[in-house]
Design a protein around this ligand. Structure first.
Ligand SMILES: Cc1ncc(COP(=O)(O)O)c(C=O)c1O
Length: 443
């Protein structure tokens, strides 16, 4: 099985290394993993909408070979990747700092990091912020440190990178207990019956597949009642949702300062992790935490000690993006909200089921028959729509479908075309029925 899967593996050295590890007893995990991802691997080999080579972009249009498509797979929600102010910000920083400071952060960091951390601290209303290259780096290091030899309570639908961070924490001595997705009662039962001194609850903010957010007020309150720490990954919420105000321009709230502020919560017993690589189009991530925790992470978190830092261009676009956010972020979000609403209203009119109940710009459309994912994807591609194929094991088998992300840089014409194509898809393919979808994603 593993050997068959390695057909597309071009390097001989890589091939023999992988084959050797698969053949050894220790390689069993690879056999199992390759088995699990066999549907995905088949799609990756043959499908134009997976592992694609993008030849060119023009706004939110992409060219693959001679085929132009409207891109609804980008997570650049605010469209800052194409914003003139952001684009122009890079060169002066490159002139001053070169392309890449190749110090680990422990050795030294350009002063830009201080500015970014101070600005993020103010925006989030947190005590302090530590910036590291990616959210994955943060999960793979910080979860272990915060959990110690205690217990982690892990949401059943937590993102794979959180799950992997928890597995590593288990290896370091933590216990991991899963609670049913978004199920506060189940979480409370598990917390009440656990005698660990250290308790860490790990979950997503805005969910990367459903587009919905947990009721953070409830989860934060449960964490406080049980002396636990709530660790939330808001990769998709930060930049899009923020604090609620009476004069807000749309339901996303204002300032894009993330899920904690959106729910009017404080950071007591709450640690927020998010990234700049989605809404801010920059390779950087952060953890909002007390200064004491930040100081501890500076000596205990391997990515601070050993990893290469974010490139200067990303530090520059982060700062410029934060400025744009201050100047016109709320108008951009209002536009994003309007475009998302157009798509969601079309789905409702057509009776197409989606788990999205939030109105946030992540819209998954599950199929009635998972085998159709290949054909549906090809149809979307042929009609000039680029979406994310939600194949197994990216989602459970009965939830296979496709996901659309709307960004402020998708123009009205692209939105109108998407609506037309969704109508055609609903005509030609059997999509999942609404009551089943509602049952899967409780809460
Ligand atoms: C919820 C969530 N967490 C983490 C990540 C990974 O983020 P990063 O690229 O910063 O490691 C993603 C990426 O899609 C995500 O959706």
């Amino acid at each position: 099985m593993a050997v068959k899967m390695l057909k597309g593996f071009s390097s001989d050295r890589g091939r023999s290394a992988l084959t050797a590890s698969a053949a050894s007893p220790k390689g069993d995990w690879l056999e199992r993993w390759l088995e699990t991802v066999s549907d995905l691997a088949r799609l990756k080999e043959r499908h134009p909408m997976l592992d694609a080579v993008i030849d060119e972009i023009d706004g939110r249009m992409i060219r693959i070979g001679d085929h132009w498509l409207a891109d609804f797979a980008s997570c650049n929600y605010l469209g800052l990747d194409l914003d003139e102010t952001v684009l122009k910000s890079v060169q002066p920083y490159l002139d001053k700092w070169g392309t890449h400071p190749s110090w680990s952060r422990l050795l030294g960091s350009p002063v830009i990091y201080e500015e970014i951390e101070a600005k993020l601290t103010e925006l989030l209303g947190a005590e302090d912020v530590l910036a590291l290259p990616t959210i994955t780096h943060i999960h793979m290091s910080v979860i272990s440190i915060l959990a110690g030899a205690g217990t982690i309570f892990l949401d059943g639908r937590a993102h794979k990178t959180i799950y992997d961070g928890c597995q590593l924490a288990r290896h370091h001595g933590a216990k991991v207990k899963k609670f049913r997705h978004d199920d506060t009662e189940h979480l409370q039962e598990l917390l009440a019956s656990d005698s660990s001194k250290t308790k860490l609850i790990c979950m997503d903010g805005v969910n990367s597949m459903t587009g919905n957010a947990p009721d953070l007020r409830q989860f934060a309150s449960i964490a406080r009642d049980h002396g636990a720490l709530l660790y939330v990954d808001d990769a998709h919420g930060f930049g899009v949702i923020g604090e609620r105000r009476s004069r807000e321009l749309c339901d996303y709230g204002m300032r894009g300062n993330g899920i904690v502020k959106h729910f009017g919560e404080t950071y007591d017993n709450v640690v927020l992790v998010a990234g700049l690589s989605k809404s801010y189009s920059s390779l950087l991530a952060f953890i909002a935490c007390p200064t004491q925790v930040k100081d501890m992470l500076k000596i205990a978190a391997p990515p601070y000690l050993y990893s290469g830092p974010s490139p200067v261009a990303s530090l520059a676009t982060t700062l410029a993006g934060l400025e744009v956010n201050e100047m016109r972020g709320d108008e951009i979000r209002a536009d994003l909200h309007r475009k998302t609403k157009t798509v969601l209203s079309c789905l409702e009119k057509l009776g197409i089921a989606t788990p999205n109940r939030s109105g946030f710009p992540i819209v998954e459309i599950p199929l009635a028959d998972q085998q159709d994912v290949d054909d549906v994807g090809r149809y979307l591609f042929k009609r000039g729509i680029y979406a994310t194929l939600a194949a197994y094991p990216l989602v459970p088998k009965n939830e296979v479908g496709f996901r659309i992300q709307i960004t402020a840089a998708n123009n009205n014409q692209q939105i109108a075309h998407l609506v037309t194509v969704l109508e055609e898809v609903a005509d030609r393919f059997k999509l999942q029925n609404a009551s089943r979808v509602a049952r899967w994603y409780r809460g």
